[in-house]
Design a protein around this ligand. Structure first.
Ligand code: HPA
Length: 277
């Protein structure tokens, strides 16, 4: 067996031994959103540091996988992710998704904060990602293909699952939340974009810009997982309003929208049982 897959299988096995049941779905999110989403639920927590071969974050808070039951689903939350701007490769950024696949997880929900390239968007709005532009160009699947994960060449047409997007629309309607769909442009960062770069992205058809999510979505498509990505508009992208960007604003807005994203996520989880693959 390819030693890259041996590592993935060992990571999955270590997680499996710690989890009380097979997760139906995995949700990637920030710690703060996790805290809002799950309150008194009983959970089992596995630190990323205790999963062999798992990348270790360079950010201040330690990563962890948390298993809990929510809205009738067995959910594995991944609090903390690996960004290419931290120095992780596309492979490392997508590694948790490979492990989820080896664990038998078939559905993935990703959340992120993004800048609005589309001038009609506003700060605080939640957008379901319908498609992406991989401006970084690299793929987690460069190099010899791992057939345990998927085919050498794979389709990206429905990388953002129409069925899950539909479920998100229904869940949004239920709570009176308008939910636009948009195209997410993946940029390397860590610097925010220049106004000229944002004009370029707009010309290319982007509505949102961010520095995460796309490595995981590519790998989920490779593995044949159904994926939903929800973006919180934390700021208008550079040059859209002329105001300078600040990390403090991005974090503040992401915190402020946590309750809405949490109820949207709960609504999506409730609908998962009725979805076909
Ligand atoms: N650009 C890139 N990434 C981001 C932004 C942005 O404006 N906001 C939040 N993440």
């Amino acid at each position: 067996m390819d030693e890259r897959y041996e590592k993935i299988a060992e990571s999955a096995q270590a997680l499996r031994q710690r989890l009380p049941a097979q997760p139906d779905v995995a949700v990637v999110l920030r710690d703060q959103l996790f805290d809002v989403l799950t309150q008194a639920e009983q959970s089992v927590c596995v630190a990323y540091a205790d999963i062999p071969h798992f990348p270790q974050s360079t950010l201040s808070r330690d990563g962890r996988a948390v298993f809990t039951h929510l809205e009738g689903r067995a959910v594995l939350f991944l609090c903390g992710r690996f960004h290419t701007y931290e120095g992780f490769s596309m492979w490392e950024a997508a590694y948790p998704v490979m492990v989820l696949h080896a664990l038998g997880v078939r559905r993935l929900i990703l959340t992120n904060a993004a800048g609005a390239v589309n001038p009609a968007y506003h700060v605080g709005q939640i957008v379901a990602v319908a498609d992406h532009l991989n401006m970084v160009q690299h793929s987690p699947d460069t190099g010899p293909n791992l057939p345990q994960l998927g085919e050498r060449f794979f389709d990206m047409t429905n990388a953002y699952s129409p069925a899950l997007r539909q479920a998100a629309q229904e869940a949004a309607k239920e709570i009176g939340l308008p939910l636009e769909e948009g195209v997410y442009a993946f940029m390397a960062g860590p610097q925010y974009e220049t106004p000229a770069e944002i004009r370029m992205l707009r010309t290319l058809g982007a509505d949102l810009v961010g520095m995460s999510t796309v490595p995981e979505v590519i790998e989920a498509a490779h593995c044949g997982m159904q994926t939903l990505a929800l973006s919180l508009v934390s700021n208008m992208a550079a040059g859209v309003t002329g105001a300078p960007l600040s990390d403090a604003e991005v974090t503040r807005e992401a915190d402020a929208a946590s309750k809405q994203i949490a109820s949207l996520l709960r609504g999506v989880l409730r609908r998962l049982g009725n979805l076909s693959d």
